[in-house]
Design a protein around this ligand. Structure first.
Ligand code: FAD
Length: 463
């Protein structure tokens, strides 16, 4: 008999006024008893609508049934058969617009907490088993991967399992992409990412850090040094700015720079020398996960007032619902239907404020969301000493400029076939944010896996 509670089993969390002063993980995870109780809410629908909502097709009812029976190791193997990073996805996937959006229990009450169960199973497995890594027999063929984010890591794992000698070239001194430089420790502990990368290394994958391809080596040089195929998973790390007056004042950051200093270079940790001014009042412009992460970091670094300035309403806010909820609980102030028009500074060129206008919502635009419209004469000033721009990113043009025959679209994204991830250049495949523009971890992983299958077919002479 299923558990017919209309509500999810709540996950224990650090209290908001405690956690907004530290970088430890906010959500503490289910106990085994909680996981079993929540898993018992699943009806095990025959047509499995939730699976259709998962970009990598995790066999959700199957793993939840195993979880309900306390068979956690089997549940882990079920998830892992289609998802290489369950501990990551359980924490950061936008479940409310994917699997959980289609859960039948969500029609009357809350959907089954699929993400929380995935996280529990993955954490249980890490805590209770010692993975025996079987290094696959080598087929002697070399593939290069550019970028150690979710796309590159999943491509590397899939190719290594097929026996390829894989080398990942990563520009930063640490592998993980956005998982280590963007998403903060309080949402995704870095030890989890490290563990996943260690298991790739155990399978024989080499990771070469501090290797900015396009500068240190070109794609042509990779081919010349014996790599037979190249996968580009270089992400979309080039920040956009608003091009408004005052945007070069001191105290203006791109969210990527701000988060990289804090997460990758640990500016919050006194044991590290990374410089970062401590601000009293910060405005974060944007409404996605990046904006929520930047705002919550600013709060943790001691800012008294932190504003999210977003030009649309709560309905259009693209961030994960959980991040918005957590940010509000932690005291972040939401200035919705507001848009900056000018940044104000003093004679030392330091930011002193931000001038905004109020917005209304018009007809839906090409994105399907209602178009923001300026309310004339509604200008007002907000006193802040930092402005963090989180209004989007695009792929860095370095690789497309230095690689002959690699086509990009007008947004600067690498053009790749949706089915095979093949680019316009023979032997070069691409996936993740470098192709789609800023998207999600699970989509980047799916693209990496698809590209690995195509690279295998290409090197076997099948395409
Ligand atoms: P990335 O993760 O960006 O990795 C690309 C890697 O390539 C980087 O390590 C980079 O240093 C390296 N690189 C770039 N150029 C070169 C080069 N020339 N040579 C060598 N290496 C290079 N998604 C979610 O699903 N849920 C979330 O909650 C979420 N939160 C986010 C929060 C933040 C702050 C950010 C920035 C993004 C977030 N996303 C989230 C989006 C998600 O992280 C990305 O869609 C995903 O990481 C893309 O993976 P990727 O492998 O394509 O690129």
């Amino acid at each position: 008999m299923p558990n017919m509670s209309l509500k999810k089993v709540a996950m224990p969390e650090q209290a908001p006024d405690v956690r907004n002063k530290n970088f430890q993980e906010v959500a503490l995870g289910y106990t085994a008893e909680m996981a079993i109780e929540e898993a018992q809410r699943c009806l095990g629908c025959k047509n499995m609508p939730c699976v259709a909502g998962c970009p990598v097709g995790v066999r959700i009812p199957e793993f939840i049934t195993q979880c309900a029976a306390g068979e956690f190791e089997q549940a882990y193997q079920t998830i892992k058969s289609t998802n290489a990073l369950p501990a990551v996805c359980g924490r950061v996937c936008p479940q409310e617009t994917q699997c959980e959006a289609l859960c039948v229990r969500g029609k009357k009450g809350e959907p089954v907490a699929i993400g929380s169960l995935e996280r529990f199973v993955a954490d249980w497995y890490m805590a209770n088993t010692v993975e025996k890594c079987v290094r696959p027999a080598s087929n002697g063929r070399k593939v290069a991967i550019i970028g150690a984010g979710p796309a590159g890591l999943s491509c590397a794992g899939a190719l290594a399992r097929l026996g390829y000698a894989v080398t990942i070239f990563e520009a930063f001194h640490l592998a993980g992409g956005v998982l280590v430089y963007g998403i903060p420790e309080f949402r995704l502990p870095k030890a989890i990412v490290r563990k996943e990368i260690d298991s790739l290394r155990e399978m024989g994958v080499k990771v070469e850090n501090n290797m900015l391809i396009g500068k240190v080596l070109s794609v042509d040089e990779l081919f010349a040094s014996g790599f037979e195929a190249v996968f580009i998973g270089a992400g979309a790390g080039l920040p956009s700015f608003m091009d408004i007056e005052g945007e070069t004042l001191l105290g203006i950051y791109s969210a990527n720079e701000y988060l990289t200093r804090i997460n990758l270079m640990r500016a919050y940790d006194d044991a590290y020398d990374t410089p970062l001014l401590r601000h009293r009042r910060a405005a974060v412009v944007g409404g996605g996960n990046v904006a929520m992460d930047a705002a919550r970091c600013a709060k943790r670094l001691g800012a008294e007032d932190v504003y999210i300035v977003y030009r649309r309403s709560l309905t259009e806010l693209p961030a994960r619902a959980e991040e918005v909820h957590h940010a509000k609980e932690e005291g972040v102030i939401f200035k919705l239907l507001n848009n900056p028009v000018r940044i104000l500074g003093n004679d030392k060129r330091m930011v002193t404020g931000i001038e905004c206008v109020e917005m209304g919502l018009g007809e839906p635009d090409a994105s399907g969301r209602r178009r923001p419209v300026v309310i004339e004469g509604s200008n007002f000033e907000l006193a802040v000493d930092a402005v963090i721009m989180a209004i989007g990113t695009s792929p860095n043009p370095l690789l497309s400029r230095t690689t002959n025959g690699l086509d990009v679209n007008k947004r600067g994204c690498i053009v790749a076939d949706e089915e095979t991830m093949q680019t316009s250049r023979a032997g070069v495949y691409a996936g993740g944010d470098a192709v789609t523009g800023a998207a999600t971890v699970i989509l980047a992983m799916g693209a990496g896996k698809t590209a690995a299958a195509s690279i295998d077919r290409y090197l076997q002479g099948m395409i």
